[in-house]
Design a protein around this ligand. Sequence first.
Ligand code: PRX
Length: 678
Amino acid sequence: MAEKNIVETSEAQIAVHWGEEEFYHPTPEFVGQANLTDNAIFERFSLDNFPECFNEYAELLSWDKYWDQTLDTSDAPCFKWFVGGRLNASYNCIDRHLEKNKNKTAIHFVPELEEERIDHITYQELYVRVNEMAALLRDFAGLKTGDRVTIHMPMSAELPITMLACARLGVIHSVVFGGFSASACADRIVDSQSRVLLTMDAYYRSGKLLNHKAAADEACALARKEGQTVDKVLVWQRYPGKMSSETPLVEGRDFVVNDKLKEFYGARVEPVSMKAEDPLFLMYTSGTTGKPKGCQHGTGGYLAYVTAMSKYVQDIHPEDVYWCMADIGWITGHSFIVYGPLSLCASTVIYEGVPTYPDAGRSWRIAQALDVNIFHTAPTAIRALRKIGPEEPHKYQFKFKHMTTVGEPIEPEVWKWYFNVVGKGQAAIVDTWWQTETGGFLCSTLPGIKPMKPGSAGPAVPGIHPIIYDEEGNEIKRGEGRAGNICIQNPWPGQFQTVWGDRERFVKTYFARYNTKPDSKDWRDWPYLTGDAAMEAEDGYFRILGRIDDVINVSGHRLGTKEIESAALVVDEVAEAAVVPVAHEIKGKEPDLYIALKPGFEASNDLAQKISDAVCTEIGKIAKPRRVWIVPDMPKTRSGKIMRRVLGAISNKGDVGNVMTLANPDVVDAIKDLVESD
Ligand code: PRX
């Protein structure tokens, strides 16, 4: 067995534990219209029918060539799905809908400023714009199948247009969350070896027009230092025909997409017929070590899986108006704003700004205006909306049939507000547990079949077979009342294919822990380690308790503690940095940053601010520490390891336990005094 878990504090250890709740049942009205109401799906997707059961999902797509083999395990644990099959993701999300639905809205783009009109893009219009953009990327930017492109764009209709144009050509897109810093963007440019960067001049956030183009210049400069030259920066304009950023264009490198596109008006690009296992995109995510991992998702498996999840768990029908409030820069947006809903010919809503701008009623006004009937968001947003406008939803005429929560555990009290007030007691709720790596859901109730249980993600979705192991690799059975490391026993089509350029890291991080036969080609030998702690109740519902590794879940987004620590170490005065998760009313968790200075330096507010700023510059505002505590020394074991468990307990006002075995037990009281006196 691989090395034991040596992490000393984890989210799971400080997770909020709540009691078991009663079941809630979906309304007959919901069940009557649901895409899936037949329990037999669980039988069809039992392990006995693995892997062929997943053909049912692949059949939701349009294939250029049908596959010969459902699952190829010859390069385990890099599994290949639907081998021999050929298809194009852009074709599946656009072209195949034209015959019947070309005049249907594909994308509703909602600008943050309420005085600006909502833009409604039909499938025909999407087809035209994606084709023109694909022509530009191919003929002007020189991109070809297999190249990688970094896209650092805000929420806009142009973002999925760019992604789908890449997919049409078989160009692998790597979308970087718009709120990430230039430095984070540069890391991803370098790792994916992108020589083209797509950006936008500006976008609105909380009523301010932010200069986004500036980040592109900085990212290119940083990437260049690391040896990766970006030779073209393609800049979309927030207001076509006008530059909204003061940052000038760099001659010969930067081009305005909206201008260049004029040369391609009317162009059509034949979708490239891709192998099912060809990569569709990279999505970087935080891991235990400093460097984010490029999760590589394939074309056929990923698209089949997200289409099925959108149909059966999100219950999307072509006539639905579906609004997922996540950002496309995260996996949720890729799978459940872009690929899943468009593959099913739904109308998907893209909102530029913050849900509470300019007031707590904004989200509900959007829902009312567009007659949204499926709503999808994270507990963080639900907590915020509940806090600032608990009665707001009553004031607007909208009716959701279905609502999703994703990204972090949701407290039963918050769940009940979501159900009663936002869902008006009529919407079915699905709590979806999954990860960047998994492409789509792992656990969730099937809304037309299984009742909901507040605070529990639910049973595994069809075809996913979780198993909970203890530290020694023994199985923890359902109903035992103990938590352990939740793994998935079998591969599934949405599972990422590898870590971009680092197969060894892929195997080590996700499989080594419980794999006993490293040369095995049998999928049964490769349980996938999710990195979460979980508990399975007697009824087969899973409760996710949090990460077992050094990853903090802030507002439903993953941040590596090592990432934040290395950002702090950029500041000259800093000798050591340690990050621990601390519970937060709205965000779920926040990073608390402990710092020990090099000899000769004094703690000060200015220095604390400088360290906090460094974290924002290196990663982005999302990683901003709650507090920077400059301490006399870190609590350490005799072998010199920082005891994050002790710091975590202090930050969360918990019990620090026995600290007498530490090399420097006295420092614990000093740190406690500092934090408690605040
Ligand atoms: O710890 C779990 C938590 O978020 C992690 C995955 O984060 P990320 O890759 O950024 O993907 C977020 C969107 C899927 C998981 O390892 N998590 C995700 N969904 C839930 C959750 N924790 C509890 N309940 C959930 N529904």
